[in-house]
Design a protein around this ligand. Structure first.
Ligand SMILES: NC(=O)c1ccc[n+]([C@@H]2O[C@H](COP(=O)([O-])OP(=O)(O)OC[C@H]3O[C@@H](n4cnc5c(N)ncnc54)[C@H](O)[C@@H]3O)[C@@H](O)[C@H]2O)c1
Length: 311
């Protein structure tokens, strides 16, 4: 079985490709390396370095005839989406539509999409159920929601099966310091370089932090299950930013206290996903505790830093 992963050189995409290879799938990747890196890619992956918006992308899908398509390539920054909504829409909506068109045209068995909890907007301090009202607060959230609607219509009109996965805040090795889920990475790197992390607001805002290897497992589960459904991919547990700094600090000898600065407007106060339907219908649940995930993340960045020091 051959799987095409768009954005496979990125943070989440590269963990998906690693797991696919481990489980015996043949993997091809389309990535323009705008935020991804060759360093992330397993040597057995075939990389096509091109843009999902290019004509080349169609030629690749036509020639390679993958069985499944996992679409992770995207513009992932909320701030950039607000600076330039059209650029965001071009990559996230038009890019997704083009990939959907090729999936339909070249007989892909299933389309799996990386969506985001940004489609919900401000929800209050609850575990957000999958049928919660959708009210994105950014163009990024709006472009993810639009893509979800197009995917559902491609299924309705052209019988293209799909699974949509709405991730909470993903963390782990290979994450860049940009994007919506980078706080674990940013704080880890602060502590490793003996700098105080900066917390916006009082630090009591919460997030549902999910380890990237669990997200990769959810994508693999979606190859077999959860046809034409949308799932929340998180842990169902909330962690405050203050608690996160406490958990990270145990890894560094010097106890650096965070620096507090006024909250940024538009920052969501609470975010935590209800995953009961995911456990039941996708037969997936997170396997990594936050303590284990943070340990692995910390070790990864420690090694990276040593590598950089040694040139
Ligand atoms: N990281 C999170 O916490 C999080 C949370 C919710 C949803 N998501 C979604 O998960 C997906 C993966 O995110 P990530 O955190 O791994 O980001 P990432 O930036 O590491 O990965 C995105 C990949 O897509 C590639 N790419 C971007 N635009 C492209 C284009 N036009 N053509 C070809 N390749 C292109 C990039 O080079 C990169 O390798 C995205 O769709 C993102 O919106 C991420």
């Amino acid at each position: 079985m051959k799987v095409l992963v768009t954005g496979g050189a990125g943070f989440i995409g590269s963990h998906i490709t690693d797991l696919l290879l481990e489980q015996g799938y043949e993997v091809i990747v389309i990535d323009n390396l705008s935020s991804g890196s060759l360093k992330n890619l397993h040597r057995d992956v075939v990389l096509y370095q091109t843009d999902i918006l290019s004509q080349e992308a169609e030629k690749i899908i036509k020639a390679e005839k993958p069985d499944y398509l996992i679409h992770t390539a995207a513009q992932i920054s909320i701030a950039k989406s607000i600076e330039s909504p059209t650029d965001d829409a071009n990559i996230n909506i038009i890019g997704t539509m083009k990939i959907l068109d090729y999936a339909k045209k070249y007989g892909i068995k299933k389309f799996i999409f990386s969506s985001s909890c940004a489609v919900y907007g401000e929800t209050g301090d609850i575990n957000i159920p999958i049928n919660h009202k959708l009210d994105p607060l950014s163009f990024y959230g709006a472009s993810k929601l639009s893509s979800e609607l197009y995917i559902q219509l491609y299924c309705k009109f052209y019988q293209l099966p799909y699974t949509i996965l709405r991730y909470s805040n993903v963390y782990g090795p290979r994450q860049s310091t940009q994007g919506e889920g980078g706080v674990v990475n940013i704080f880890t790197n602060c502590y490793l370089s003996e700098k105080r992390p900066i917390i916006y607001g009082d630090g009591e805002q919460t997030r549902d932090f999910i380890f990237v290897k669990d997200v990769a497992m959810a994508n693999l589960a979606a190859l077999q299950k959860g046809n034409n459904k949308i799932f929340n991919i998180g842990t169902g547990h909330k962690t405050s930013i203050n608690k996160l700094t406490e958990m990270l600090k145990v890894h560094v000898p010097e106890k650096l206290t965070p620096e507090y600065t006024p909250a940024v407007g538009g920052d969501i106060r609470f975010s935590c996903l209800n995953i009961e339907d995911t456990i039941k219908d996708l037969n997936w649940r997170p396997a990594w505790s936050m303590k284990e995930g943070l340990e692995e993340t910390f070790t990864y960045y420690q090694m990276e830093m040593k590598g950089d020091e040694n040139g």
